[in-house]
Every structure is written in C-alpha cells, then in structure tokens.
Write a new protein. Sequence first.
Length: 63
Amino acid sequence: MKVRIDEDRCTGHGRCYELAPAVFHEDERGHALVDRPTPPADQEEKVRRAARNCPEQAIVLED
Ligand code: SF4
C-alpha cells in the first residue's frame, strides 16, 4: 500500500491523524502530512479507515 494526501482537498478535519497517528501528523494549520508513505502491514487497516472517514476524500491509496 502507498498513501498520499491530495493537498488541494485537505481542509484539516484531523480524522486521519486521530485514526492513524503512526502514519499521519498535522502541520501548523492542522492539515495532514504523511510520515510513512508506505505504511507497514499492521497499519494498513487504520489507514483505510482514515481514508473512509476523511470528509474531503483527500487520502489517496494505491495498492
Ligand atoms: S481527515 Fe482528510 S481533510 Fe482531515 S486532515 Fe486528514 S486528509 Fe485532511
């Protein structure tokens, strides 16, 4: 799995770094940054959950 943020869509709701804090963190505006663009297997379900819960559909997953 690979994950990235569509910065044009992210408006900073923060669901991603609440649901998968080992993979995402926030910048000074509350927008998401990706710490681990290739998440380890034990984080994949959390990343998928974060993607489903992003109100802006800003989390892009590639398998
Ligand atoms: S949940 Fe979506 S909109 Fe909110 S910070 Fe994360 S990527 Fe951005």
